[in-house]
Design a protein. Structure first.
Length: 209
């Protein structure tokens, strides 16, 4: 066998090995991230269960109907739902490798997420200032834990989004960054699903009850 043929065969083996390694990495990362999301859903399910048990344990204090401003929460919900739409538009921009539109839609997603977070923090501040903090009753402890945990996820997602914007701008569209963006997109849409459940169970049912 000639040296050229041997060299060509070695390169082919290396190329196949590189492709297999990349495919293996995609599978491992994807599987690991789905495990993370499922564990997050299980955690939120526990918080929802705790809230359902404690929602009437007001210790003689105000309940959901007296405390919650549905108008403010509706604006929060609109911001988060719109951010899910802009995140989807960012995914389309990434698929066509448009750097400018990727930045535009990611920025819109981040600003909407920031608006949601600011409104939520204002709600918490007003409740605490009125003496209705998490220590007031078991109901409020469960409320602050459930809604606050979701807000913490939004804050972490915002930091993640800002980091990706910088990486896309300076590094372009490599496989690693695209994979990270897909994980972020799943994470952000999952937070939307959790918030719809919070909006329905905590706020709407609480105001109606």
């Amino acid at each position: 066998m000639s040296v050229a043929a041997t060299s060509h065969g070695a390169r082919s083996v290396d190329a196949r090995h590189g492709t297999d390694e990349l495919a293996h990495k995609r599978i491992v990362v994807g599987y690991g991230f789905w495990v993370f999301l499922l564990s997050d859903f299980i955690m939120f399910a526990g918080f929802f269960a705790a809230y359902a048990v404690l929602k009437d344990a007001t210790a003689g204090g105000p309940g959901a109907r007296e405390l919650f401003d549905i108008g403010n929460v509706a604006v929060e919900t609109l911001c988060l739902l719109l951010s899910s739409f802009t995140c989807g538009m960012a995914a389309l921009a990434v698929s066509v490798r448009s750097r400018i539109w990727t930045q535009v839609w990611l920025l819109a997603t981040g600003l909407l997420g920031l608006a949601f977070f600011a409104l939520e923090m204002r709600e918490f501040h007003e409740l605490i200032e009125a003496g209705n903090g998490p220590q007031r009753s078991a109901f409020l402890s469960a409320f602050f834990t459930l809604v606050g945990c979701h807000g913490a996820h939004i804050a972490v997602g915002g930091l993640w989004l800002g980091t990706m914007m910088a990486q896309f701008w300076f590094k372009g569209f490599n496989e690693t960054l695209i994979r990270r963006f897909l994980c972020f997109s799943l994470f952000w849409h999952a937070l939307d699903i959790v918030w719809v459940a919070i909006f329905t169970i905590v706020y709407l049912m609480g105001a109606a009850g």
